[in-house]
Design a protein around this ligand. Structure first.
Ligand SMILES: *Cc1c(COP(=O)(O)O)cnc(C)c1O
Length: 376
């Protein structure tokens, strides 16, 4: 699904030089590379404050902890996402309130948010799924109307942006009150282990976020609040520092690979290409096709010739065993449920060759033709 080797070859010398420097200096915790990378990423996003942390799940948890919520407060989010988003809500004793997605973008449908708002609603977490921004204009307007916080889960869309009706273009992660991201190796900006970050334009939130990530402390051995231990590793910061200047080129390579896939799949019977929102710059964390039927047969055909593919996500969160206590049932979020049966993501990375893509295209085409003839 991803090719980490190809990228490594390009940055090998830089990374190994930094590693040697770090190992020689023994500054393993919060070494200078962490500060430098954080500063660079802050500038890239256009944010006023950036706090690095240990992973994207921690980033979400730290963000929610900074909002001074009370147990039972409600957090509105999508059921069609990676589990982290709902996990941190549950861990903090908050209540996940799911809202179904838009069929084209796979992102939370703003038209369905207002009916879910109660006196206990405090936060909306839009997830910019697969590399494309949620409808932030509508989401920010609802948040403002009801006095809610917006925490953007930007783990899959770093480098993407959203264009508002007035022409302002803002990077995803820098639109809501807090943005969170992950540097898991397969993400668009990935390190060689775990990593994450939280950003904000609010001085007050920044102070809280920083303290929470550091045991609730701003002065050593004095703890003002309950926090966590969540740091970006110095070695990982060095990897990210080498990759960040290349992020836009990486995303461009993903977009070009996506366009080549489009050419291969356009017009194929029962196959829908990934939608591009006119408001967002799609950075293709995933290239996800929708199959009106025969998705599993196509996946089996790809498996049979050694082509990896992924179903993101096979079970929407409201139907997961761990979240049964939330009281949702099959049928509650029909679009998420249907999408989980239709989607298939293909290999997507910055080193995909035309030859590889042609082979993938032919394999899918053959499988589709076979399932179509079975249906007739
Ligand atoms: C990857 C991911 C996360 C979690 O990131 P980790 O660094 O693995 O903890 C959270 N949300 C979404 C949408 C993700 O894709």
């Amino acid at each position: 699904m991803v090719d980490l080797q190809g990228q490594f070859e390009e940055i090998k010398e830089e990374v190994l030089n930094s590693f040697e420097e770090i190992l020689d200096s023994t500054q393993f915790i919060n070494g200078p590379h962490v500060g430098r990378f954080s500063e660079d990423l802050k500038k890239y996003l256009g944010a006023k404050h950036l706090i690095p942390c240990a992973n994207g799940t921690d980033a979400l948890q730290i963000a929610l902890m900074a909002l001074d919520l009370k147990p039972g407060d409600e957090v509105i989010t999508t059921p069609f996402t990676f589990v982290s988003t709902a996990e941190v809500i549950a861990l903090l004793g908050l209540k996940p309130v799911f809202v179904d997605i838009q069929e084209d973008s796979f992102n939370i449908d703003p038209a369905l948010i207002e009916e879910k708002i109660t006196k206990r609603s405090k936060v909306i977490i839009p997830v910019h799924l697969f590399g494309q921004s949620a409808d932030m204009e509508a989401i920010m307007a609802i948040a403002e109307k009801y006095g809610l916080f917006v925490v953007e889960d930007n783990a899959q869309a770093i480098g993407s942006n959203y264009r508002f009706a007035d022409g302002r273009e803002i990077k995803t992660g820098n639109i809501g009150h807090i943005g969170t991201t992950s540097f898991f190796p397969s993400k668009n900006l990935g390190c060689y282990g775990d990593g994450g970050a939280v950003s904000t334009n609010s001085e007050e939130l920044a102070e809280r976020l920083m303290s929470i990530a550091n045991h609730g402390s701003t002065r050593r051995y004095y703890h003002d609040r309950v926090g966590v231990n969540s740091r970006l590793d110095t070695l990982q910061a060095a990897v990210l520092a080498a990759k960040l200047p290349r992020l836009d080129a990486y995303n461009q390579a993903r977009r070009e690979a996506a366009r080549r896939y489009d050419d291969l799949f356009d017009g194929m019977n029962g196959v829908l290409l990934p939608y591009r929102s006119p408001q967002s710059f799609h950075v293709f964390h995933q290239y996800t096709l929708k199959f009106s039927h025969g998705r599993d047969e196509v996946k089996a055909a790809l498996d049979a010739v050694g082509i990896p593919s992924g179903i993101y996500y096979p079970v929407p969160l409201h139907l997961q065993k761990a979240y049964q206590h939330c009281g949702y049932h099959a049928g509650d979020f029909p679009i998420s449920e249907r999408m989980s049966e239709m989607v298939l993501s293909l290999p997507m990375h910055t080193c995909l060759t035309e030859e590889q893509q042609n082979f993938i295209g032919e394999t899918v085409n053959e499988a589709v033709n076979k399932t179509v003839s079975n249906y007739h």
